[in-house]
Design a protein around this ligand. Sequence first.
Ligand code: ACO
Length: 371
Amino acid sequence: MFQVSRGLENVIIKETSLTYIDGEKGILRYRGYNIEDLAENCEYEEVVYLMLFGELPNAKQLQEIKEKINQYEVPEEVLDSMKSLPRNADPISYMETAFSVMSIWGETINKFTALDIIAKASTIVSNVYRIKEGLRPKIPEPSESYAKSFLEATFSKKPSDEEVRAMNAALILYADHEVPASTTAALVSASTLTDIYSCIASALSALKGPLHGGAAEEAFKQFVEIGSPENVETWFNEKVVKGKNRLMGFGHRVYKTYDPRAKIFKKMAYSLANEEGKKYLQIAEKLEELGVNQFSQKKIYPNTDFYSGIVFYSLGFPIYMFTALFALSRVLGWLAHVIEYLENQPAIIWPRALYVGPEKRDFVPLKQRVG
Ligand code: ACO
C-alpha cells in the first residue's frame, strides 16, 4: 500500500560514502573526517580531492589537483550570456544561465571533468558579482589556492591571509551535506542521464529558495531589519512569537540540535567582523538566545545559514551574493553525489503520487455542462 512521505522525509534515495550526519548529536563528517578538523586544517582543494577520490591527498597529489583546478578559462559565450541579463537579475539566475549555456558542450561527467567544472564555477560566481556591480568581467588568475584566486578576481585586490583562510573554511563548510533538496534535484536530473551542467542548473534552482540555500540572505536581512541589539526582543516578539513568521537560519530537516557548521561560522564571524559586523553579531547572538528559548522544545536550533552571512559580509560581499557563495562551494557536493549515484545505482528516479481524486465518472460533452 502506498503511503505519502511528507517532503520525502526519511526516504533513503541512495547509499553514500561521502557525508555522514548524526542529526541528534550534531555530527558532520566528510568521508569519516570531522567537519571541525577539515575546516580548521585543510585547504578547500584537499576536500575536493577527498570527496572525489576518496582520501585526503598527499603533497604531490594536492599540487596536481591544484594545477587542474587552476584552469579558470570559460568559453566566451558563458560570460556573454551572463552579461546579457539585466543587472538586477538574481545571482542564481546568472549561474543557471551560465551552466545552461555550458550544456552546449555536454561534458561526460567523471572525477576529472568535475575538477574543470569546479574551476569554472569560480569564474562564474566571481563574475556574477563583477557584472552586477558594473565591473569588467575577469578570469581568476592561478594562485596558491582556489579561495585566494576567487577573492582576488572578484574584488580586484589581494586578499589578506585571514580573508583567504575564512573563504577557504566557508568553502569547506558548505561543500556537501548529503542529499538536501538541491542535491536531490541534481540526482533526479542525473538519473535521466542528462548532461552534468543541466544537473547543476536543477540543483541551483532548488538551492535558491529561502527554506534552503536562500536562508543565509534571509537570516542576515533579519539582523539588518532589527538594526540594533536593543530592538531584538521587540522584533522577535512581534515577528516571530505574535507574527508566527519563521526565524530564518533556524531549524533543519536533519539536525535536531545545534548545526556543527553554525558553531564554526560563529567563531569565524568573531575573528573577522569589523565594527558593523560586530553589531550584527550582537544582534544575532541575542536573537539566537531568544530563538533557542522559544524553539528548543521543538528541537529547532541555529543552522549553518544563521552566522555564515556575517562571515560573507565581513569578507566584503553584498547580501545578494550569499546564496551564490553557498552554490560555489556546493557544486562539489552535487558533482560528487552525481558521480557516486551514476557509478553505483543508476536507476531513473521516478516516484509515484497517491491518487486521491474522484472515482471514475461518465464524460459530459461541453454543450451539456451546466453552471
Ligand atoms: N522558525 C519557527 N518555526 C519553525 C522553524 C523556524 N525556523 N523551522 C521549523 N519550525 C517549526 C514549524 O513551524 C513546525 O511547527 P509545527 O509542528 O508546530 O507546525 C515544525 O517546526 C516543523 O517544521 P517543518 O517545516 O515541518 O520542518 P522541516 O524539516 O520540513 O523543515 C526547514 C526544515 C525548512 C529548514 C525549516 O526548519 C525552516 O523553514 N527553517 C527556516 C529556513 C532556514 O533557515 N533554512 C535553511 C536550512 S539549512 C540549509 O538549507 C543549508
